[in-house]
Design a protein around this ligand. Structure first.
Ligand SMILES: C[S@@+](CC[C@H](N)C(=O)[O-])C[C@H]1O[C@@H](n2cnc3c(N)ncnc32)[C@H](O)[C@@H]1O
Length: 301
């Protein structure tokens, strides 16, 4: 079958679920990951034939996509902050908004590290806690971009922690002098005590579940039917439950020069910031994402 015909057929099937441009991008991602074609191969080589031995697999993938399964689960990875993360239905697919949190974290962590280096070799490493780590996208991104940082990722889901621990960054670690793999721990952020707190952290990062059950109807079927609901939803009765725990534990262990960055529900910016100021943080800031929506609260002592 010609590549251009397979792409055309796929776009037609996926157009019932996605806008045309998105359907096209999904098909291009599928073909690039499975048969190594580029986004322009069907244009510059209109006679490009898909080999028979690849076609069955591609058709099976297309059926999964047409059932609404996100392309990242079908191909098994998602790109985030320039890194390729393995994903499975046990973890949330990393979102582009969360990249903003990582970039800010890298800026702040690197600054703290530079300041400490001025104290010489015995300076203590930058310590980072990533709560509700999922695929480990935040923890790994920070660990690989602040070489020398000590990063701990925590999630209640054993399966998520297995995905996070098995990310394949051995080569990146080897190439990045001083970089260390994060340590991943299964634990409940909502519990009363937190055995993973073993001293101060300079960055406390989190992207907890924050979507209210009542917001479900505005969400796309492919998110609702395929992504883990424990990663996404909180009760309408108590949508800030995670932030109260994160604020309390952060107050216990955020270093005096450190900063907390948490991703939030766009409808609850001021309410979420208040949770952190009531927990004792003197500086809290609601920060917007690139869609101009309230997306993060930054807090410090
Ligand atoms: C919104 S996802 C974020 C995943 C990842 N950090 C990211 O940004 O893509 C929330 C994560 O919180 C985890 N989680 C849910 N309840 C939890 C709890 N009580 N304690 C710790 N983690 C929890 C879920 O398993 C899920 O991996």
């Amino acid at each position: 079958m010609l590549l251009k015909d397979f792409l055309k057929e796929g776009v037609t099937r996926l157009e019932t679920l996605y806008p045309t441009n998105e359907a096209r991008n999904i098909m291009l991602m599928l073909c690039e990951s499975r048969i190594g074609t580029k986004s322009y191969t069907h244009i510059v080589e209109p006679e490009y034939q898909i080999k028979d031995k690849s076609l069955d697999g591609l058709n099976a993938d297309l059926d999964r996509l047409a059932s609404g399964e996100p392309v990242q689960y079908v191909i098994g990875f998602a790109d985030f902050c320039g890194l390729r993360f393995k994903v499975s239905p046990d973890v949330l697919i990393p979102r582009p908004e969360t990249e903003l949190l990582c970039r800010e974290a890298i800026k702040i962590g690197s600054r703290i590290q530079r300041m400490r280096k001025a104290y010489g070799k015995s300076a203590r490493p930058v310590r980072v806690l990533d709560l509700c780590t999922g695929s480990g996208c935040i923890a790994w991104t920070v660990a690989l971009n602040i070489p020398g940082a000590e990063v701990i990722g925590v999630d209640i889901s054993e399966k998520a922690v297995a995905v996070a621990s098995n990310q394949d960054f051995a080569l990146r670690l080897k190439e990045t002098e001083g970089a260390e793999a994060p340590r991943f721990i299964v634990a409940d952020v909502l519990a009363d005590s937190h055995s993973y707190i073993d001293g101060d952290f300079d960055l406390i990062l989190s992207n907890p579940p924050y979507i209210m059950e009542s917001q479900k109807e505005q969400m796309r079927a492919n998110v609702l039917n395929f992504e883990p609901s424990t990663a996404l939803f909180v009760d309408d009765e108590d949508p800030l439950v995670f932030y109260r725990s994160i604020a309390a534990l952060s107050y216990e262990c955020l270093s005096s020069e450190g900063k907390g960055l948490t991703e939030i529900n766009e409808l609850l910016g001021l309410e979420t910031a208040k949770v952190f100021s009531e927990a004792g943080f003197s500086k809290t800031e609601v920060v917007k994402d690139f869609y101009d929506k309230n997306r993060f609260v930054f807090y410090s002592k």
